[in-house]
Design a protein around this ligand. Sequence first.
Ligand SMILES: Nc1ncnc2c1ncn2[C@@H]1O[C@H](COP(=O)(O)OP(=O)(O)O)[C@@H](O)[C@H]1O
Ligand SMILES: [Mg+2]
Length: 341
Amino acid sequence: MKPLRVLSLVREGLIPPDDLEDYDEDNPPEWKMEYDVNSTLHNLGLDVHTLGVLNDLGPIRQSILEWKPHIAFMMLEEFHGVAHYDQAIVSYLELMRQPYTGCNPRGLLLTHDKALSKKILTYHRISTPRFTVFPVGKKVVPPKRMRYPVMVKSTTEDASFGISQKSIVTNDKALIERAEFVHANVKTDALAEEYIDGRELYVGVIGNKRLQAFPVWEMLFTNMPEDIARIATSRVKWNTKYQKKHGIDTQAAKDLSPKQLGDIQRLCKRVYRILNMSGYGRIDLRMRPDGEVFVIEANANPNLEYGEDFAESAEAAGFNYEHLIQRILNHGLRYDAAWQQ
Ligand SMILES: Nc1ncnc2c1ncn2[C@@H]1O[C@H](COP(=O)(O)OP(=O)(O)O)[C@@H](O)[C@H]1O
Ligand SMILES: [Mg+2]
């Protein structure tokens, strides 16, 4: 049998090299996820063609028409430099009748907008921090009865862009300053939500109709000084030196009862369904000391890098990296897009 043809879609400039010769663990290259996925696709014996895309659909169309890939492995996280245009790319793939991995257009649309997804979750009585939105271009006027502390962040950006210790504010003046900072620097609406002091949890979910949740994963801040809030700022997420210094690491959540773990996994599968996600995703949560769990956000197409939370938690559930990538391909091949019906 001829191997499956896989069109690997990555951002221009992130086409990975064939080997990890120059890899520096303390300074990981931007294309590490693309490398891990592509090399695994090769190891699975698949026929892989990688396309770097920046702002032109032409080459995607041409590759689809000429090479007829069985599936596109969707690793494009932006188009024209805009993160939420990944939704337009998968829409385009559907218009081309091209199966692809990861989330469908509607799920991407809903999850990229944190305010919109929180409105939908609230309708379904799922616990998420109370919030208000300050639109870009409008004067920031805090509501009269704002309960502090409050977390201020972008409604649409991800990867902790614009998130630092200063994102937690305790009065109107600081709230206005931080919302204006988001407007000026992240250039999006600002979301101000109730700050949840507690544990930081992540849950990977995989599937289209029948879902599986991976073990509840926790970010630990083992050596973080007491006066620094334990939140995933951009330094915490991306600065390896900072991570080592403050003992930041992730692992299966400990000291939770089987019931608590099961409830959290069920909650995450519900969130995944309600937000119309497919393929694979990761739900971010915070758990208060009294045990109450809040959904912070849902991530469609989370980071697939080897050793990252999603892959690590899959491994804890018994799926090694190769198996995980194979499952993601299978869910993409089986996704029942409208054009197939
Ligand atoms: N309401 C909140 N309460 C406490 N911490 C929060 C809250 N919102 C966000 N955070 C912290 O900021 C991090 C990033 O926020 P998140 O909404 O997940 O944005 P991103 O899309 O950048 O991951 C979270 O992982 C968490 O540590
Ligand atoms: Mg997050």
